[in-house]
Design a protein. Structure first.
Length: 117
């Protein structure tokens, strides 16, 4: 019986220590002012008529808004021949999201060049 209690105590103690270290790590990393800003880029080629593009895009954006580093992530949709309806949906989505861009491939090359510099 003492062995079972010792194992349970050891389990909860080790879980508490790990949780405490994760909390300390979160505060050290989240409040750290790093001069070397790392930006990430997501490049997605789109073409034709995409029926449920608004649902897919909003789901994708919601997934990345949970990430605290999402503010540094640029999402670029490369237009490879979209129809007018899908392009209008993208333009409406672009107004509400600051890190969301729809452009042709030549403008995408220019944006990549700016981000890489």
């Amino acid at each position: 019986m003492k062995l079972v209690l010792f194992i349970v105590f050891l389990f909860f103690t080790s879980t508490g220590v790990i949780y405490f270290l994760n909390v300390i790590q979160y505060f050290l990393i989240s409040h750290k002012n790093n001069k070397n800003e790392h930006k990430s880029l997501i490049l997605i080629p789109v073409s034709g008529h995409i029926e449920n593009i608004e649902l897919l895009t909003r789901k994708y954006l919601a997934k990345y808004k949970i990430n605290p580093y999402f503010k540094k992530t640029n999402i670029i949709f490369v237009d490879n021949g979209l129809d007018n309806e899908t392009r209008q949906v993208f333009s409406k989505l672009q107004i509400s999201n600051h890190n969301f861009t729809l452009c042709n491939k030549f403008k995408a090359y220019a944006l990549l060049g700016e981000i890489i510099k």
